[in-house]
Design a protein. Structure first.
Length: 121
């Protein structure tokens, strides 16, 4: 495992990328072709699926930004970290915890996401 902070930074940057072409390029660089993303609200595979989930979250929360949480840890081909989503200058509205499985080339093979804090409906 290379630097966990670098991985988390690239991951968060990808979720924050608003330009569709730049976001797609970031997804292709970060995820394997058959990479998956699964959380309580999504279960997708491949670059198209991951890109679509990110775009949907951005459309749902257009004025929010992702930022790293306080926990980041890694060993072997596994990483886990927390993240926050909320207004740029405000308190996080959503907090999550992701577990990432990396491929041999260092790209993401699987993301298993958990939502620890969500707004009441």
């Amino acid at each position: 495992m290379s630097d966990i902070n670098e991985l988390v930074g690239r991951y968060i940057d990808t979720w924050n990328e608003k330009d569709p072409a730049a976001r797609r390029a970031a997804v292709e660089k970060l995820w394997t072709e058959d990479g998956t993303y699964t959380d309580p609200l999504a279960d997708v595979a491949g670059h198209d699926g991951v890109d679509a989930v990110i775009a949907a979250v951005q459309n749902q929360f257009p004025d929010f930004v992702f930022r790293p949480g306080q926990l980041a840890d890694a060993h072997h081909d596994l990483a886990r970290f927390t993240w926050e989503l909320g207004p740029k200058e405000g308190e996080a509205v959503i907090v999550g915890f992701d577990v990432v499985v990396l491929a041999a080339d260092g790209r993401i093979r699987n993301v298993h996401g958990f939502l620890d804090k969500v707004p009441a409906m």
